[in-house]
Ligand binder design. Structure first.
Ligand SMILES: Nc1ncnc2c1ncn2[C@@H]1O[C@H](COP(=O)(O)OP(=O)(O)O)[C@@H](O)[C@H]1O
Ligand SMILES: [Mg+2]
Length: 237
């Protein structure tokens, strides 16, 4: 699809319309999302807040092509996610999305740089060839002197920095973080938030979207999206 590159760049990174996600539970259904709509441009650090059970993680998973809505439309970085089969969805996840989790999800037997390079390995590229880029990203997140450390030899904040570096190695259009500071003390968490803001502002076409309960997040985020009862509450749709 040969779209005009300028118009692609100006298009929102996330365009979600009327997303519904139902789970069948026994005889009934649960609506995790109930008509959520959202448009977000790149170059931003956006937080997603709202009560527990509101649908925040479900929304993030759909944006990352980890889950499929029951109905609605979802385009991310110019790709219509509803049109993807399983292989194309996994290709999309590998190349266009970086994921950051509350509990870091690092592989304990690999060194820090190998953890950063892991998405390359999963994309059938050699670990050795991926090393320079992984080391560069370790430096980018302030851990140039920790590249050979195992996760167990790093602090929580350092482990999350490694996870941030790993999320960037495929140069994704969207970085999705679910409670990335939930397991960190407030000072360390604030440093990770600053790093995520920098990562979002590095490139005009990159969006960093973060689910959080961290009240200090609003200070560093460019926008806050509130999810309530499966819908986006204020003004973002
Ligand atoms: N796999 C699932 N099966 C059934 N119900 C689910 C599943 N995942 C989430 N839900 C339900 O959907 C709603 C939204 O969940 P979630 O998106 O995880 O909320 P949040 O991240 O805002 O806390 C909740 O009521 C939750 O119990
Ligand atoms: Mg959640």
């Amino acid at each position: 699809m040969a779209a005009d590159p300028d118009s692609v760049e100006r298009a929102p990174v996330v365009e979600a319309t009327d997303l519904v996600r139902e789970y069948r539970m026994g005889t009934g259904t649960i609506r995790a999302l109930d008509g959520a709509s959202l448009r977000l441009d790149g170059g931003q650090f956006v937080s997603v807040v709202g009560p527990s059970g509101a649908g925040k993680s479900t929304l993030l998973h759909i944006i990352g092509a980890l889950d499929t809505p029951t109905s609605g439309t979802i385009r991310v970085a110019g790709t219509d996610l509803m049109s993807l089969d399983d292989d194309a969805a996994s290709e999309f996840r590998r190349h266009r999305v970086g994921f950051i989790f509350q509990f870091f999800n690092l592989v304990p037997t690999l060194s820090a740089w190998e953890n950063v390079a892991l998405p390359m390995l999963l994309d059938s590229r050699s670990l050795a060839k991926s090393r320079p880029r992984a080391v560069e990203l370790m430096e980018r997140v302030g851990l140039g002197d920790r590249i050979e450390h195992r996760p167990s030899e790093l602090s929580g904040g350092q482990m999350q920095r490694v996870a941030v570096a790993r999320s960037l190695i495929m140069d994704p259009a969207v970085v999705l973080a679910d409670e990335p500071t939930g397991n960190l003390d407030s000072r360390t968490g604030a440093d990770v938030l600053d790093l995520l803001a920098d990562v979002a502002h590095d490139r005009p076409d990159r969006l960093v979207l973060m689910v959080t309960h961290d009240r200090s997040a609003a200070d560093v985020c460019d926008a806050v999206v509130t999810v309530r009862d499966g819908r986006v509450a204020d003004g973002q749709g």
